[in-house]
Each structure stands twice: as structure tokens, then as C-alpha cells.
Design a protein around this ligand. Sequence first.
Ligand SMILES: [Zn+2]
Length: 580
Amino acid sequence: MGEVRGGAVRRGGARGRPASLSPASQSLTSPISLLLVKRRAFVSRIATTVAVLSGAPALVGLGRRDADLILRGGTVVDGTGRPRFVADLAVTGDRIAAIAPRIADRGTREVDCRGLVVSPGFVDIHSHGDGTMFDDPMMESLVRQGVTSIVVGADGGSRAPSGNGEGDGTGSVRALLDRIDALRPGTNVGTCVGLGTVRGVVVGADDRPATADELARMVALVEQALRDGALGASSGLEYTPGAFAPLDELIALCRPLAARRLAYHTHMRNEDDRLLDAIDESMAVARGAGCGLQISHLKTQGPRNWGKLDDVFARVAAARTAGVDVAFDRYPYLAYQTGVTNLFPVWSRDGGTARFFARLDDPATADRIRAGTLDKVALIGGWDNVQITSVSAAEDKPAEGKRLGTYAASRGEEPYAFTVAMLRRNGGSVGMIGFAMSEANLERILQHEWGMVASDGGAFAMSGPAHRGVPHPRGTGSFARVLGRYVRERKALTLEQAVRKCSALPASRIGLADRGVLRAGAFADVTVFDADRVIDRADFIDPFQYAEGFKATIVNGGVTFLDGERRERTGRAVRRTGRG
Ligand SMILES: [Zn+2]
């Protein structure tokens, strides 16, 4: 696996000063974690060696000077899944310097964490947080629920490559990551390369196979994106133009992932009636390309498909036995979010919005579109299982946050006709939430050995430019909800399991060896929360409510959030930096 580290490391300033820790050997009586300062220059002497817990690496050493930050007396849940233990955690610069039962030194800043959980900052492997990032880089709703790294470029759509990405690099992943470094967002940000984006750049919006020349150019764009630091490739096979990619194209575009040990992340072609076919196709891509597979937001959509989860898990087990590295992620909600056009058949959207509207007008196609759409609406349980989230037309603003069936009726309109008219008024762009999932299945997906947590959400704020529309609450509550509802209230997971599924497991899927775990030498991405109080507050009616129960979030050693207040922005671009 290629070595991965954060982007341009900023030195200097208070947190950049060299510092180390003096020995705390007098307190090393309980079997706890390791102590180490990775930068050897800062280690002034070697301390006592002690036996350590459950196969943890041996104690290495401590320097003499104070740390920049010490989190005192917290209950450490380190992300690996092993049992919690009480310890101090010292941060020097952007790294964890030590974790020990009692660190004798003083920190420039100290935080009393007694009675609180100290865990790795959460790694959101499927995020749309870049939607607001350039307008409001605080990433407020994320750091307030412990998220310290996000991976964007999901569902086949990434900000790069774009237009001229092939030649001068201005639209390249490299340029995007440089721009993120310059922005200094509230969280670390990495990206997948979107295979739908790549198809759009080379083939355009049409539903046709790529020519041999176009395929070669697409593969070259993927290769370049990975060389530039992309952390994987994503597809969105329910979205245009990504949906027009056949299996052999997806295999060709994913081959460059294999040697780099990166994964193909897919929003599959179907998540309801043809779920199992879509799973088979996803695994065929991974098998054909020889890469890992990350199934995005795994679900069994629609009550009539809830019984398919056993078959899904059987396929995962068989694929893993056959050597395919399959895993999946899921947000902890029973509703999904997409565009209203997603209720319409894919073929009707071929070629873009203008042609979609033309087909709605064409008597030769209008009835078939209507029938396909009504079938999809029936699948999720009717028009009132669709909630409108965001529109641009002033006339439709009152619809935001409303159930589609009830709202259309309130205007005296038939829901299908209303939906078509609303799409026209909004240029085809209307956001929606669909309620169609099973909580029992959600818990089984989260509990599965290869299941992990992702938000699939954006980054929001209670005010300013990141206060936008009526978004799915998952962007503000996912990680808090897992800890509050699924660990504490429903006991679906232990705290140790849940933290691992929010940190080390997703980090490993994107090749980040130095994030997602608490150990000396790793990046100091840390969150501190009260396991008895942590909970999401955002809901589908009022999504602009921050999670509760978090005391502090540390990003690259910088205090990003503490005691209810926002502090520094210390996020960076996260790049894959291995060979090739
Ligand atoms: Zn998706």
C-alpha cells in the first residue's frame, strides 16, 4: 500500500515548534499504550520500556519539553476496536506525541477530559461537504460531530478533472488539492475521481459507448487523477452521464486502482428491485479490474426489497472468499436524498435536461415516462414518502420541507403533473428525500464486519453561506446519531466497534495509514465527546441543529472546536502519495 500523508505541511507558529515530552515512567504502571515521538530529533532520551496491552507496539521514548496540547484523563477509544482505557494524550505539532496513563509534563494548552471519550476524529468516506466548502470553509456541522477528514468526489462526480484537465493541469485533481490546501478548511479533505465526471469530459452527456480513443483518454484521466493524489474512483450509476458506462468501461477505468491498492466506490446502478444485479455488476467491476470495492450507502430500498439483505451479505461473503476486497458504508437514517429527476426513468434523462423535457412533451414517450415514474413512487410507498428539500424558483420555495403528495393536493394539483411542472420551473433541479428503508436492515449493515459509517451529506452551518435549503440531516448528525441512537440507545454496536467504523476502517479503505487511529506518531486528528449525552439534533423538519455532546475536535493538532466554540481552521488536502 502506498504511503499516504497529509498535504503541504505548514510548519512554524506555536503548533509547529519542536517539542517533546519528558518521561512519565513513574506512572507507567498500568498496561497502556505506547509513547513515542516519531520525529527522532525531538526525542531527547529513551524512557523505560513497559509491557503493553494486547499486542500494542512497545513503548519507545519521551523527550523532555512540554507538549503543545494535552488531553487529560479521558477514556481512550483508539479506533482499532480494542477495549477502552483511561489515559492522557499529548499532541506536539500536528502529531500525537504520546498516549500514557499519566503524562507528567504540562501542555501549552490542556483539556480536562475526565469522564469523556477521546477517540480518533471521524473519517467520512462518502461526503458532499465540498458543496459549501469554498463559500464557507469552516465545515461547522462536521467538526461539531467529531469529523476531521472527509472524502469528496463521490457518486461519480468530482470537481476535477474538468474541461481542460488533460493538458495544462488547471482543471486537475492536483490543482483542486492545492486549492484546498490554500483554503485551509475546517476538516481535512481528500477526493475520489468521479468516473461520471471523466465520462462527461471525454464523451459528453450522450448514452452511447465510448470509442476506443475516448476510452483511452478516460483511462489516462483516471491515471492522472490518481497520480495527483485521488484516494479512489467513484461511480454514480443512477446519475447521468455516469449511468451510460457499461461494465467493460467501468473495468477499464478501475484498472489503474489495482496497483495502488485503492478502491472503486460505487453508488450502484440500482438499490431496489434490481439490487442484487447491481451488487453482481459492482463485484464484476472489482474482479475485472483487480481492485477493492466500496459499495456506497448500501441499502435495500422499498419494503418489497427488505428481504434481500441476506442475499447481499451472502454475495459479500462469497466475493471475499474469492479474494475480492469488498466493504460498504451506510448513513444512519431511513431516508435517502437525491434529485426529483431520479424518480424518472434513466432513459428519459438521456442527453440532458432539455431532451428530458422534450420527451415529457412528446406523446410517443410521455406515457411511458409517467408509468415508470409512478412505479418508482409506488416502490417507495407513495408521493408522501417524497419530501422536497431544495428548489430555486421563488414560486416553489414554500414546498421546501414539505411532503410532495400533501403539498400538491394543497395546491389542488395531481402529484405527477405538479412534479413535472415544478421540475420545469426549476430547470430540472429539485432536491428530494425518499423514506423507504428498514431500521432492522440498517442495524445489520452497520453491525456487519465490513460495514462502516459515512454521511453522504454536506457541510452546513446555522448561518452564513452554508445555511442552504432544507438538506438531509445526515450532514449534521450522522456520526452523533450512530453514537447516540445506535450505540447508547439501541445498543446495536459497542462504542469500540462504532468508533472503529467511523475512523480506522474507513481510513484503511482510502489508504490513510496515519489517520483514523490514536497512536503516537499518527496525525493528531482527535475528538472528545460525552458518551452519555452525544446525540444528533438535526431532523428532516429542521436540519439546522448541531449535534450535541461533543467537547473538542482537534485537526492536525489544531484545536478546531472546544467547549461549544469554533477555533482554528487547520484542515489540509489529503493526498495519496504512494508510487505511480
Ligand atoms: Zn450516492
